[in-house]
Design a protein around this ligand. Sequence first.
Ligand SMILES: C[S@@+](CC[C@H](N)C(=O)[O-])C[C@H]1O[C@@H](n2cnc3c(N)ncnc32)[C@H](O)[C@@H]1O
Length: 272
Amino acid sequence: MHEPYLKAMATLLRRSQPRHDLYTVFGHCMEAMALAMANSVDLRQREPREARYLDIVGQYRPDVIDLFPRVLAELVQALEVCPGDVLGALFHDLELHNKARGQFFTPYTLSRFMAQVTIGDCESVKAIIGGHGFVTAMEPACGAGAMVIALAEAMRDLGINYQRHLHVTAIDIDPRAIHMAYVQLSLLHIPAHLMVGNSLSGETSEHWYTPAHILGGWNARLAHRRRQEPAGETLVHAVEAPPAPAPMNHAVSPSREPRASPPAMPQQLSLF
Ligand SMILES: C[S@@+](CC[C@H](N)C(=O)[O-])C[C@H]1O[C@@H](n2cnc3c(N)ncnc32)[C@H](O)[C@@H]1O
């Protein structure tokens, strides 16, 4: 269903070649889209992000910069057809997941299956939503967001409005993955706090809040729930995530030695 849009996006991005490295252009395109979306709502981080946006734009001639909104337009149309990990698929279609860079995303059909297993018979999820008004999900290695999108779609199929009753915390060590996930979760209006960070050491370096998070007043909603109930008391299910390959970009250097007492962090997609 997404094929025509994927083809159009790949064709657009390939027009930047041979002048530019495709991996770099793809990364800058994702980052520019994420920055533009974040700057429409996250006023506290606006100034440095605007500077970064101008820095990216300044690196290309207008004909290349013109490709970025056109890629975004194709992505919006693809997600309007149906949810999915369109950017993860594009990353693969452009062959940016080659062995040297070694980053593979889960095929979306498999993500959907895992999301269904995570939700189970959905009674526990409905019970948590009945008690708190929403369920929270933690994705410690989110990639482009496939598992989160699949979870939202699975909730929608059960008649649960994920835009109101789901909040996601998602982490990835690769900033490019966070930019991809941020763009997709923002377009699907999923309330989410995404972090560039190392889920093993607990270090984080960047915080990205989706428009749904900010406009929905989720900081207050989450704080209210934390006051009511210690974290982790209502764990529903956890499905093991696929093994994580070494990413190319380390915004946060992974520690070589395991820390003596790492912070509590689920190593798989979990619902609370
Ligand atoms: C196999 S991909 C899976 C991504 C996504 N969950 C999916 O199903 O498509 C693994 C992801 O984990 C990230 N990763 C690897 N080590 C990590 C770490 N220590 N902390 C956070 N993310 C990590 C990689 O950057 C990569 O995006």
